[in-house]
Design a protein around this ligand. Sequence first.
Ligand code: NAD
Length: 325
Amino acid sequence: MRAILVAGGAGYIGSQTCKALSQAGYLPVTLDNLSTGYAEAVKWGPLIEGDLRDVDLVGRIVREHEVVAAMHFAACSLVGESVANPAKYYDNNVGAAVLFAKALVDSGVKALIFSSTAAVYGNPETELIAEDHPTRPINPYGASKLAFEQALYWMAQAHGLVYTVLRYFNAAGADLDGEVGESHEPETHLIPNLCKAVLGTGKPLTVFGDDYPTADGTAMRDYIHVVDLAAAHVVALGRMLAGGGCETLNVGTGQGVTVAGVIRAAEAALGKTVPHSIGPRRAGDPPVLVADAARIRRILDWEPRYSDMETIVRTAAAWQRDRFY
Ligand SMILES: NC(=O)c1ccc[n+]([C@@H]2O[C@H](COP(=O)([O-])OP(=O)(O)OC[C@H]3O[C@@H](n4cnc5c(N)ncnc54)[C@H](O)[C@@H]3O)[C@@H](O)[C@H]2O)c1
């Protein structure tokens, strides 16, 4: 079984991707320092508790498991925290990530998939955001992700590293079988907070702004089900292992849903009212962030299957009800 080193495999998206890798016949080997992840989420291969910065450990894992490729999910990803503490974001998302990538190259692993973000684009200048849209991040989180994308570009030139950068839009939903899901502390994402509000395990939802230039005044995002996101990683991996070159791809559906639209869909899917109130806009939130998803469809021949809002909300609510970590 070919081993894939998954840095951050104990987190929300990493653990779901480990499941998809295992289903596709790979052995996911997780390296995670458990700073925001959970040992209980690592179910489809070994967990090595350690840090990205530990280059000797990375070399040892590669040798022991005969790792053929790696995925890098391990990052800090709270926008507000990045504004308050940019050094933490540059340290982990750039410094530690560069050490990890160099350790991979030095131990002979030349294929890497990196979790980037729509935050690299900053304020959109077009309705749909394509990969060649200008990258002008408006917070240190997005800037740190862009800096590592650039490091990968130069490491590819210098060392023959082959990378796939996946720029996720809003990851949402939970495993279809309820085996893993989203458990961030603090939780800043709309859908888990909405589910907690409905279940009575969290506060009533605050909608940040209802005066945006959208049809109902609330901000619009492109939500991608985490199972679809995980599947995109497996297809991207297969393409690289078959000799495909470096790529940068948006991962989204190409369809926007407003916050009010998410609330309506959740009320219909769950048969319950979502307790909520309207608050002020959150600093740094663009009104609309929707992917032009044509390139990933073409290059990976990948289509989202579970990213309709009903499936997203249903799986997320089931996880929030039954979650075991
Ligand atoms: N969740 C989203 O909507 C979203 C959107 C765009 C991009 N992303 C990116 O996707 C990736 C995964 O996001 P997530 O929501 O699953 O986050 P998460 O916090 O659930 O997972 C990150 C994992 O990485 C680990 N980690 C962090 N720093 C580490 C280090 N130095 N060494 C070892 N392990 C470390 C954490 O313990 C955690 O298990 C992140 O890079 C994030 O920036 C997420």
